[in-house]
Each structure stands twice: as C-alpha cells, then as structure tokens.
Design a binder for this molecule. Sequence first.
Ligand code: DQA
Length: 144
Amino acid sequence: QAIHIINGPNLNLLGSREPEIYGSQTLADIETICRDAAGDIDIVFKQSNIEGELVDFIQMAGRDAQAIVLNPAAYTHTSIALYDAIKAVGIPTIEIHLSQPAARESFRRRSFVSEAATGTISGFGADSYLLGLQAAIKLVKASP
Ligand code: DQA
C-alpha cells in the first residue's frame, strides 16, 4: 500500500520561508517525520513549483497509490486543474496546510482543492502533515 504526499510551490523553501508563518522545519525534515510515521505503508514524497507537474503527480498517485496527502500551496486558491485532477483520480485526497488560510488574507479563503478533497487539515504547522497522513492511513487501511 502506498500514499503519495504532494507539495506545491515554494514549499521547497520551508525552513527559511516566512518561518513565523510556516515554522522552521524544512521539507526534508517533514518528509522524515512522515516516513517515520507511515509504518508499513510506502511513502512517495514530491514537490514541484509547476502546476502541470502537480497534475502529473496526482495522476501518478491515481495509478500507484491508495490515497494522496496534498499541500497545494498557492495553487489551492487558483487551480481548477488540480481540482479536476483530484476528481479524475477518485482516490481519497487529504488537503493540508501548515498555516490556517482562513485566518489570513482574504484571497486565501477560497480553496478550489477543498471542493474536491475528502477533508482538510490546516493550521497545525508541520503537524498538519502528520495529522493528514494519519487520516489517509485510516482510509487506506479501511478500504479492501
Ligand atoms: C499553504 C497556505 C497557502 O495559502 C500558501 O499559498 C502556501 C502554503 C500552507 O501550507 O499553509 O504556499 O498551503
């Protein structure tokens, strides 16, 4: 069984990017935390700054994984292509955010991804990844 954890634009800069909002852990730190928590489930962990590449990653997960944990970053608020990709693959997709977008600028209030995702976890810093992964693992283990 496999879960793909997919990360959108600027998340490669975690650690140095606005640490007061996103924390001091790097994406590599978060990857390690997720791998340690995954037990016997295979984790594929990816990041891209390019919207179409994220669409490709979601399609790949649709072929190779039983669930997706997705931090779409800024594409959350703009991308119908990601919405369509999640709908197209049809596997459980947990949307996650380090910060709480609803408590920030008004342009972050809309999430196209939420309209396709199974559920959303936001506002817990790096723990959002862990909580999202736990939700995904539960869904994967529950399905035959
Ligand atoms: C983010 C929130 C988004 O609004 C923002 O564009 C990001 C990161 C988060 O993890 O808090 O890049 O997805």
